[in-house]
Design a protein around this ligand. Structure first.
Ligand code: FAD
Length: 304
C-alpha cells in the first residue's frame, strides 16, 4: 500500500499554503523526506492523503547575505550549507553541524527546515541555529511572522508548527563580526542506531584584547525535551578571562545545571556528563582560537 495518494510540487509559498488548506489536515509538508518518510513507514506519523513538497519553491531555497546578517531558506539542504563559503566563514558552527548530519545521501536531500520542524532536541542544525540566536519566518494559522527559533519547540518531536497547515519559510541570524567566532562538536556512537551522545555549539565574543569573554552563547543537547541555551554556563563565562580556570568554572556550572539522562541508545548519564566537559572545553577553546587567529577552517565536515 502506498504511503500517500497525491504528491504536489508547488512553485510558490502561496500555492503550497492553498494546497495545505484544500486538504484540511489530510496533507503533510515534505522537504527531503529523511525524517518524515521513516516516521510514516514506521507508523510514528499518520499516512497523509497528500504530500506537499516545498523543495521546488525558490523563495524557500536560497542563501542570501545582507550586510551583517544571513538568510537561509528552509528548503536549503545540509550539503548546500556545508559548501557555502560565507557560512563557513561567518557562521562556522552551522557548517560544522550540518556537515555531520547522517551520510552524504542524507545531507544531499535533508534540509535545515526539516531538521528544525522535526523538533528533536538533538537536531544538529538546530543546535547551531540556537547559539546563532536565529529567528525563523513562519506561516502559522495563515499569519506570516518572525519568531525566535527557540519558540518553535514544544517537546521532543513537537513543534509549534502544525505540519499539515503551517510552513517554515526561512531563517535569519547575525554573522560573526569582529572579535566573534563559533564552533560545534558532537560525540556519537558510529555503530548501531546513529544517535548523538551529545552535541555542543558555542558563539563567543572576546574583548578587544582577546583576553576576556565579553559575551557567550552555548547550546548543549540533548539534555532537555527541547533545545536549550546553557544559561548558567554562559553566566559563568561572561566578563571572565579566557583561561583554563574559567573553563573549569564553566564545566562545574554545566555539571550542576545540565542533567543528561541515561539512554540505551545514547550512553549512560555518567558518561554523558563526562562528555559535557569534553565538548564544552573543545568548543569554547576552538571558538576563542578562531577569534584570536582570525582563521576559520570548519572541522569534522564530511564533503563527499
Ligand atoms: C540515516 C539518517 C541519519 C540521520 N542523521 C542525522 C544526524 O546526524 N543529525 C541530525 O540532526 N539529523 C539526522 N537525521 C535526521 C534528518 O535527516 C534531518 O533532521 C533532516 O534535516 C530532516 O530534513 P528533511 O528535509 O529530510 O525533513 P522531512 O523529513 O522532509 O520533514 C521532517 C518534518 O518537518 C516537516 N517539514 C519539513 N520542512 C518543513 C517546512 N519548510 N515547513 C513546515 N514543516 C516542514 C515535515 O512535515 C516533517 O514533519 C538522519 C536521518 C537519517 C534517515
Amino acid at each position: 500500500m502506498s504511503l500517500w495518494t497525491f504528491y504536489h510540487t508547488p512553485p510558490t509559498i502561496d500555492e503550497a499554503l492553498k494546497l495545505l488548506e484544500s486538504y484540511q489536515g489530510r496533507a503533510r509538508v515534505i522537504a527531503g523526506g529523511t525524517d518524515l518518510l521513516l516516521d510514516i513507514r514506521q507508523g510514528h506519523a499518520p499516512r497523509p492523503e497528500a504530500l506537499i513538497d516545498v523543495t521546488r519553491i525558490p523563495d524557500m531555497n536560497f542563501i542570501c547575505q545582507e550586510d551583517h546578517s544571513l538568510r537561509i531558506g528552509a528548503a536549503v539542504t545540509h550539503t548546500q550549507i556545508v559548501t557555502a563559503p560565507e557560512i563557513a566563514r561567518y557562521a562556522t558552527c552551522l557548517v560544522e553541524s550540518c556537515g555531520v548530519v547522517g551520510g552524504p545521501q542524507v545531507r544531499n536531500v535533508g534540509t535545515l527546515g526539516g531538521n528544525v520542524a522535526h523538533a528533536l532536541p538533538a537536531g544538529d542544525g538546530t543546535t547551531s541555529l540556537v547559539v546563532l540566536d536565529a529567528e525563523a519566518e513562519v506561516v502559522i494559522d495563515r499569519v506570516r511572522r518572525w519568531l525566535p527559533i527557540r519558540d518553535l519547540f514544544r517537546g521532543p518531536g513537537q513543534s509549534l508548527l502544525d505540519q499539515t497547515r503551517d510552513l517554515l519559510i526561512q531563517f535569519r541570524f547575525k554573522l560573526s563580526g569582529t572579535h566573534e567566532a563559533t564552533a560545534f562538536k558532537r560525540i556519537m556512537r558510529p555503530q548501531g542506531v546513529a544517535l548523538p551522545i551529545l552535541g555542543c555549539a558555542a558563539w563567543v565574543r572576546l574583548d578587544e584584547t582577546h583576553q576576556t569573554y565579553a559575551d557567550v552563547r552555548v547550546c548543549i543537547g540533548p539534555v532537555s525535551s527541547t533545545p536549550i541555551r546553557a544559561a548558567a554556563v554562559e553566566a559563568t563565562l561572561r566578563g571572565q578571562p579566557v583561561n583554563d580556570e574559567t573553563l573549569g568554572r564553566a564545566v562545574s556550572a554545566a555539571h550542576e545545571s545540565l542533567h543528561p539522562r541515561t539512554s540505551k541508545y545514547r550512553a549512560t548519564a555518567d558518561y554523558r556528563q563526562e562528555m559535557v566537559e569534553v565538548l564544552l572545553r573543545r568548543v569554547l577553546t576552538l571558538a576563542a582560537q578562531r577569534v584570536r587567529s582570525g582563521e576559520v577552517i570548519p572541522e569534522g565536515v564530511g564533503i563527499e
